[in-house]
Write a protein that binds this ligand. Structure first.
Ligand SMILES: Nc1ncnc2c1ncn2[C@@H]1O[C@H](COP(=O)(O)OP(=O)(O)OP(=O)(O)O)[C@@H](O)[C@H]1O
Ligand SMILES: O=C(O)c1ccc[n+]([C@@H]2O[C@H](COP(=O)([O-])O)[C@@H](O)[C@H]2O)c1
Length: 194
């Protein structure tokens, strides 16, 4: 059976409710059958200094997805060449699961720099991209604005970031509502980001 899988890529350092709300909304309110949360070991555009180990970030994604029938953590990028280019991951997944249709999910802000991604044209040729709104970053005024392969899904906007969470934890702030309960417990237990 042909299944449509949304791929939500992220460093998830840590995963927060902003990520979960988008992933769940895409799984429930679009034609995607499932959403896989792909933990990226190394984002080509990010520095590595504050990055927690891959397996700790994956553990947190597992904890956050517990009880969500249509969400699935993925470590597919762990064994692929670094830095992780999305085009490489998509080609790998398509070869491994030829009957699935893979659709990357991204925030509207990412469309502004999407032309800098490796093989972005090949990605667009072979995949539909599901885009959700962001407040930060303003409007997209480029070739992707009304592209036929880009589908917009009107998901809720929750403007928090992992950077904000890491800083808040370091400062001893109580930010439990911004994280899934078991992710919050795990961060405390493991003394992450202190
Ligand atoms: N609050 C949010 N709402 C919707 N999408 C988000 C939110 N925060 C991050 N994203 C998007 O989710 C994906 C994965 O995010 P990522 O793991 O880089 O988290 P982040 O919060 O942006 O991290 P950091 O603050 O460490 O840069 C990215 O495409 C990012 O743009
Ligand atoms: O393939 C690329 O060239 C590429 C460039 C920038 C980002 N990405 C992927 O997009 C995901 C979200 O990126 P970011 O910067 O919004 O956190 C992340 O998992 C990256 O691996 C991919």
């Amino acid at each position: 059976m042909n299944r449509k899988i949304g791929l939500f890529f992220g460093t998830f350092n840590p995963i927060h409710i902003g990520h979960l709300i988008i992933a769940n909304h895409m799984a429930e309110f679009s034609d995607l059958d499932e959403v896989w949360l792909v933990v990226t070991p190394h984002n080509p555009h990010k520095k590595k200094s504050t990055l927690l180990d891959n397996h700790h970030r994956l553990d947190m994604v597992y904890k956050a997805c517990e009880g969500y029938e249509h969400l699935r953590p993925s470590n597919v990028e762990f064994n692929l060449p670094k830095p992780n280019y999305t085009s490489t991951t998509l080609a790998h997944l398509q070869e491994k699961y030829p009957t699935n249709e893979f659709c990357p999910i991204m925030g509207e802000d990412n469309l502004k720099t999407f032309h800098k991604w490796k093989n972005y044209d090949v990605i667009l040729e072979n995949h539909e991209i599901y885009v959700y709104p962001r407040i930060s970053g303003g409007k997209v005024e480029n070739e992707f604005k009304d592209h036929p392969k880009i589908k917009r899904v009107d998901a809720p906007v929750v403007e928090i970031s992992s950077t904000f969470i890491r800083r808040a934890v370091k400062d001893g702030k109580f930010i439990k509502p911004l994280l899934n309960q078991s992710v919050w417990d795990y961060i405390k237990l493991m003394n992450f980001y202190r």
